[in-house]
Design a binder for this molecule. Structure first.
Ligand code: PEP
Ligand code: MG
Length: 403
């Protein structure tokens, strides 16, 4: 047992400049530090990022309850999760904020690992052989992650399923990202090189043009490097949903739920998509279920639909609403709850995609969380320090496994 002997919590900022919290957990012979990310296209069923009073209000509660946290076994993620929920007293961390729950529980797992001299993922999966997930990254995008005139669909994603290892996989994604820029520039010589929150190019372009650009880039890089590259999208449809319709502002197109279903089916066929995230808004389990029934060999992923929440996933499983889940620890708050969610998903044949947030941090923990959650993919962007930190940690872990 490695007891928490002290902890600190301080205000911090994400890559987008939004307020968040950073925690330090100290144990005998080790320490951990973690900072919570924050989403922009956040689901309405997610835990609350920060309380109404901001970081200060959260810090005050935690400091006044410090004696309840000190003494907990840093590796006992359940005990820590239970205590934080008890201190908070609400279903969605309205008083201390999910940012605090994320930062303290992730820092605690790191402190336990540090004191034992093992990688953090070992605290999560024990001595089991780790599997390195493939990287899934957005090369082009719009929606809530970019400015006016960019595509309505939030993310056009690629994953190098044919790459032999993580280092090569990262290179492939970088090549596609570069190629996308050059194709955009051929079409629009006035392109400024603008990017969205996660490093994806954000040109003035309709969704249809974006599909063509990314398809062309994938074909080119795939031929050049000889690897199969999968094409996916995150429609983040809750952001499009207005008064019972899907509103595509850039295109001036409005679709009923039935038309949206037909549109998604058509996109999958036309562009050979292997991955579709949030094709419907966050309460439409029925349409998810219909799409999953209709199309085969495509991973249909719930992000805002499930919000890393076990009860929502149980409902989805009963309805066969999807076959993939996004795992974002800060959607639910504690690392323990997120791992319960991934176990439930895997036990029911769902693929897990461990994901960053649009406002992220320099931390590399997502690499360990993805391995701990037995994720198929890690969705963490392609460029930018806060994205590369996770990818480079995967390279280090991979290198360690070769020795
Ligand atoms: C997403 O929707 O998958 C995403 C990463 O965006 P955000 O963090 O803004 O919710
Ligand atoms: Mg999403």
């Amino acid at each position: 047992m490695v007891e928490i002997i002290d902890f600190k919590i301080r205000p911090a900022f994400t890559s987008r400049g939004d307020p968040t919290l950073e925690a330090e957990v100290i144990v005998r012979g080790g320490k951990g530090r973690a900072t919570s990310p924050m989403g922009a296209s956040a689901g309405k069923n997610e835990a609350v990022h920060l309380p109404k009073g901001g970081p200060k209000a959260s810090i005050e509660i935690l400091v006044s309850n410090r004696n309840r946290i000190i003494g907990i076994d840093a590796g006992d993620l359940k005990a820590l999760s239970d205590t934080l929920k008890d201190i908070d007293g609400t279903e969605k961390f309205e008083n201390i904020g999910a940012a605090a729950a994320y930062a303290i529980t992730v820092a605690s797992a790191e402190a336990e690992a540090d004191s034992r001299g093992v990688p953090m993922y070992e605290v999560l999966i024990g001595k089991e052989k780790p599997t390195i997930p493939y990287p899934l990254g957005n090369v082009l995008g719009g929606g809530k992650h970019a400015g006016k005139g960019s595509p309505d669909i939030q993310e056009f994603l690629v994953t190098p399923l044919g790459a032999p290892n993580i280092v090569e996989a990262i290179k492939v994604n970088l090549e596609v990202h570069k190629k996308v820029r050059s194709i955009i520039e051929e079409r629009d010589p006035t392109f400024t090189g603008g990017k969205g929150d996660e490093g994806a190019w954000a040109p003035k372009m309709t969704d249809e043009e974006a599909f063509e650009v990314v398809e062309k880039a994938i074909d080119h890089v795939s031929r050049e490097l000889g690897y199969k590259i999968g094409f996916g999208i995150d429609m983040a449809s809750s952001s499009l949903w207005e008064n019972g319709k899907y509103v595509y502002r850039r295109k001036g197109k409005i679709l009923t739920p039935e038309e949206q279903l037909a549109y998604v089916e058509d996109l999958v066929k036309r562009y050979n998509l292997i991955y579709v995230e949030d094709p419907f808004h966050e309460e439409d389990f029925e349409s998810f279920s219909e799409l999953t029934k209709k199309i085969k060999d495509v991973v249909i992923v719930g992000d805002d639909l499930f919000v890393t929440n076990v009860a929502r996933l149980e409902r989805g499983i009963k309805m066969n609403a999807a076959n993939g889940v996004i795992l974002k620890v800060n959607q639910v708050g504690t690392l323990y709850d997120a791992l319960l969610f991934s176990k439930l998903a895997i036990d029911n044949g769902y693929k897990v995609i461990a994901s960053h947030r649009s406002g992220d941090t320099w931390d590399h923990h997502l690499a360990h969380i993805a391995i701990g959650a037995k994720a198929w993919l890690i969705k963490t962007g392609i460029v930018g320090g806060e994205r590369m930190s996770k990818l480079m940690e995967l390279c280090r872990i991979w290198e360690g496994l070769q020795e």
